[in-house]
Design a binder for this molecule. Sequence first.
Ligand code: MG
Length: 302
Amino acid sequence: LTEESILERVRRQVVIPRGSGVIVGMGDDCAVFRTPGAKQDLLFTTDLLVEGIHFERTMHSPAAVGHKALARGLSDIAAMGGEPRFCLVSLALPEWAGAPWVDRFYAGLLKIAAATRTVVAGGDLSRAPALTCDIVVAGAAPIGSAIRRDNARVGDSIYVSGRLGGSALGLKTRRGRAWKKHVWPEPRLALGAYLRKKLHATAAMDLSDGLSLDLRRLAIASKVAAEIDAPPVFPGATLDEALHGGEDYELLFTVAAGTRVPPHFEDLPLTRIGIVRRGKTGMVLLSGQPLMPLGYDHFRRP
Ligand SMILES: [Mg+2]
């Protein structure tokens, strides 16, 4: 069982009727919904955060859990070049999570919501044996402009923002900037808007499960292969952590050949790591050798 195989099974059963307004369904960072006559497309994404899987209550403060719950959804909005509008937050609480924990969770969540102008518009509450948070984020982008992941074309250049592997390093060392990167990820909303408006990126997605796996997903969606060199590595991290480590929440994107991409966007390095190639769909070559998709999959056995 892998996430891909489950998704494939569901995809086979789901039908999107004509005229439903759903322009992009399963398989991209966000679903895209269009209403007749609207100037903007609406983007929707949902993310689960589960105690023991995504966080440990002994390790992650409630404010950090609240921050991360929303940051993950905002990162998907950023990946499509969207602007966040509102979110719905559902929380299932075990006995140990009392009012102080909930207050601090919402303090962390509301802080990043305010910073990104995301309105908290509702949600649901329940009891559960492990703390579980499900978040839906809605965003918007001018009609037809959301950056999808299925439009990379042969010859496009492949880029990443930032330096990869920081979150994996932080989870291991629990210290310094890497720990901060792991616990307080920053969704790249301004960069996503820049990719949409200025660079006219052909495809983009956020790096949530590791470059090796996420680039493969982008290549499969676009029905292309990719060839890359080593990506920029977060200080102190290993190349393996940069290639396969999850939760960096940087953006992976492609631009048409000849697009001038500046070396930085604000303080964030933008690095060309490779090129989109013809070849076996989804195949990723690193320095000429096949790169195994060893990034994070909830369902794969170790
Ligand atoms: Mg994503």
